[in-house]
Design a protein around this ligand. Sequence first.
Ligand code: ADP
Ligand code: ASP
Ligand code: MG
Length: 407
Amino acid sequence: MLIVQKYGGTSVANVERIRAVAERVVRTVREGNSVVVVVSAMAGETDKLIELAHQLSPSPGEREMDLLLSSGERVTCALTAMAIQALGEKAIALTGRQVGIITDRVHTKAKIEKISAERAKKALQEGYVVVVAGFQGITEDTGEVTTLGRGGSDLTAVAIASALGADLCEIYTDVEGVFTTDPNVVPEARKLEKISYEEMLELASSGAKVLQSRSVEFAMKYNVPLVVRSSFSDSPGTYVIKEDKEMENVLVSGVAYDKNQVKITILAVPDRPGIAARLFKSIADANIVVDMIVQNVSSDGKATDISFTVPRTDYEKAVKITRDIADELGARGVTVDDNIAKVSIVGVGMKTHSGVAAKMFETLARHGINIMMISTSEIKVSCVVDAKYTELAVRVLHDAFELAKEQ
Ligand code: ADP
Ligand code: ASP
Ligand code: MG
C-alpha cells in the first residue's frame, strides 16, 4: 500500500517524539508499504515565530511572514528524515517547493492550485521514504513562498495523498481520533469510529481543529480515504468516509466551538438596495472570509444595523474597511466585539428530524446563556455567545444531546 502519514506539532515536539515518529514510519515500511511523511512544525513553534514578528513590527509584511513561518516545518522535515536514516531506511526531506506544491498568491492562507509530485513519485520508486515539510507551497510565476493557513499541514497531507493516488491518508495527532466534542474540554466526550465527510467539514469549519477544514473539503472532493489517529498509541482512530444510511439515525454527532472570531457591527446604515453588496464586496476583495451575518429590520424603514463575524487574524483589516465604508455611506459608526465565541451542533440526522435547533436554544437559555447571533445549514446550527460561556455551553449541549452515550 501507499500510505501518507501526517504528524502534527505535538507528535514532533522534541527529539524523543521525532524518534518515535521515525520508528512508526520504519515499522510501516517494513510491513511492506511505501510511505510519505508530512510533518508540522514542533508544537508552539509557529506561534513563537508569529510572536517574534510582532515584537518587531505591529503589522509584519505578509510575504516575509510566510518565509518566516515556513521555516518551522523545514526544521522538523529535515530532522525526521535524519531520524529515519539513522534507523537504517532511505529517506529524503523535501520542502513544499521541492515536492511541487503550487499555490495562489494569497499570503498566509494560500490555496493549492496544483501538485506535480514527480520528484516524490520517483523517490518512492527508488525505495525512499519521502518526508515533506507541511503547510507551505510556492507561487507558480515568481516562486514566492506561501503558507496554507493555520493547521495547513493537514491540507498538505491530503493533497499529496490525492496527487499520488495513495491508498490511505493517516493524520496522527495528540488525541485518539475525532470525538463528539473536544475531549480536552469535555472529558466524557466519546470517540467516533467513523464520521461522514460532510459532518467533519461542518465540525472543522465550526472550530474543531482536529482537522483543518480545507483539508476535509479537499478529501471530500477527491475521495481521499482519511483516518485520524493518535501518535501516542496503536488505537484504530476515526475513519472519515462517505455518509451511510446508519449515520442519518443520529440526530447530533458533535459539538464544536470557535473563539477565533470577532463581531463587527456597522450602525444605522441607509436601508436601501446595494448597501450589503458594497460592504461585503470590499471585504471579500481583501480576501477576508465573513462567517455569520445578521441584518436587523429597521423600525423606521430608513436605517439598519448590520453585524457580521470575521476571523480574529483579519479583524483589524476588516474594521478599517468597514470604517471607510461607514464614512462613505454616512452610517452612525462601527463597533467591535472581540469577546465572543461560536458554539455549533452538527449532525446529518438534522436533515430528517425537527426540533434540534429549538432544543439547542432551550438548553442555552436554561443555563442563562444569551444568544447574540444564529446561523444554520442543513446539518448545523451555530450560536454566537459571550466568550466566557464557551466551555459551559459546549458541556451542557453535549449533555442535552446525550453524546457521551453510545448511539
Ligand atoms: P496537531 O498539532 O496534531 O495538528 P491540533 O492541535 O491541530 O493537533 O488538533 C488536535 C486537537 O484538536 C486536540 O488536542 C483537541 O483538543 C482538539 N479538538 C477539538 N475538537 C475535537 C474533536 N471533536 N475531536 C478531537 N479533538 C478535537
Ligand atoms: N505549523 C502550522 C500551524 O501551527 C501548520 C500545522 O501545524 O498544520 O498552524
Ligand atoms: Mg492541526
